[in-house]
Design a protein around this ligand. Sequence first.
Ligand code: SAH
Length: 214
Amino acid sequence: MLAGDRLLVAKQRMLDQHLRAHGITDECVLAAMDRVPREEFVPTPLRGHAYDDRALPIELGQTISQPYTVAFMAQAARLQGHERVLEIGTGTGYGAAVLSLLAAEVCTIERWPDLSDSATQRLERLGFRNVVTKLGDGSLGWPEQAPFDAIIATAAAEQLPQALRDQLAEGGRLIIPIGEPGAGQTMFRFTRQNGELEEERLGLFSFVPLVCQP
Ligand code: SAH
């Protein structure tokens, strides 16, 4: 089988056996996961593993999130297509690419210049035009672009950053893993209802830490 065909088979297996079989039911999320070529986001030697349902190492000790986790967070954000979304932790740009197919605009922040630069170029090259990237500390959010209809943090915080709480629009959803680094973290969904944040716990996950400037 040609390498490209092998990837297509692996992608179908990821969609059916890892995403659908584990509770990803939002057809728009599944279609977005189908459309984004994850092999373009992983380091070249790992292309053959692009559709394994696991996080893979990228530069600077960071990871590209597991496909199931990307789909889970996107589904938890309940996007309908008209939203402005803030993503914390651009990494490779994969999560931003998936979100860009589900929302009107994605603003994404990364703290490492090298990662931010290569993700920006990659997203541009692959034609994901409704993503804007920024270098900086995502725990401060992006005040100039706020408020956001959804905020998705792809690195784990020890507590909910105040700025993210402040930048969530009325009715907006904030999806963030919270917990000590190292151990698993709890995924939270905070929904702003009449100004207050309603809290739900969505399960245990494992993320790299959100590193905040001192
Ligand atoms: N969404 C990424 C996965 C990224 S892993 C993808 O799809 O590839 C988490 C990312 O968060 C890492 O790249 C890490 O450098 C970044 N990060 C950690 N702390 C951060 C902070 N305070 N602000 C912005 N990015 C941060």
